[in-house]
Design a protein around this ligand. Structure first.
Ligand SMILES: N[C@@H](CCC(=O)N[C@@H](CS)C(=O)NCC(=O)O)C(=O)O
Length: 213
């Protein structure tokens, strides 16, 4: 049995953060498929036995079940010593970017992509326009941050970068815009993260792609 089990599915950028981290630290892990599109996360059983918040990802480790990708990243960084922010200053800085990412970067990209590709009916144009405006604003902030910096905190990649990876590697067709072209410093950062040993695309790391109808 693998040391870690990750409840996840291929289309989830939130789960990708945890899957990517497990691979980057060379952990012994295996994915457990969550049938999100059939409503598994909304069942009483899932909420009772897996995650009361009704979300993926969930990391199972021994008797523990950890949820919220930011918590999972922190746990894995502390245990492995890899991608770990060093000292209080960096810890707080990493947390600051992880929260910004969860709320305003991937926190908007995820629902936008869901409404464009998977929701039936697809997202209302007014909602899509609202989200796209927020996405442009948040990505511009990240792009500015990465101009003249290799990674979010500086020269070394940390869990803040792993968090940011969330939805950023899914194909441009799934968004209808090209994040790397529109935000060149993010495009360059994305290529740097891709060279880290253990990096893999979300569709390679997690089960459920291509999505069944
Ligand atoms: N902030 C959470 C977000 C997790 C999240 O929203 N996951 C989605 C899948 S991508 C989910 O499970 N949603 C449950 C639902 O909509 O029922 C994290 O980073 O772990």
């Amino acid at each position: 049995m693998a040391e870690y089990e990750l409840y996840c599915f291929a289309q989830s950028g939130n789960a990708y953060r945890a899957a990517l981290m497990l691979n980057l630290i060379g952990a012994d892990w295996k994915p457990v498929y969550v049938d999100f599109f059939k409503g598994q996360t909304r069942t009483p059983k899932y909420r009772r036995e897996i995650n009361e918040m009704g979300e993926a990802p969930v990391l199972a480790h021994g008797d523990r079940k950890l949820t919220q990708s930011g918590v999972i990243l922190t746990y894995l960084a502390k245990r492995s010593g890899k991608y770990l922010p060093q000292g209080e200053e960096e810890e707080l800085e990493a947390l600051r970017w992880i929260i910004f990412d969860n709320q305003k970067v991937n926190g908007f990209l995820g629902p936008y992509r869901f409404l464009k590709n998977f929701a039936k009916p697809a997202g209302d144009p007014a909602v899509m326009a609202f989200l796209k405006d927020r996405i442009d604003g948040s990505l511009s902030i990240i792009n500015k941050r990465l101009e003249g910096r290799k990674f979010l905190l500086g020269d070394r990649p940390t869990i803040a970068d792993v968090s940011l990876a969330g939805y950023l590697y899914y194909p441009p067709e799934e968004f209808g815009f090209d994040i790397g072209k529109d935000h060149p410093a993010i495009g360059a950062w994305r290529e740097r993260v891709k060279t880290l040993p253990g990096w893999k695309h979300p569709y390679e790391l997690m089960p459920g792609h291509p999505k069944a109808d």
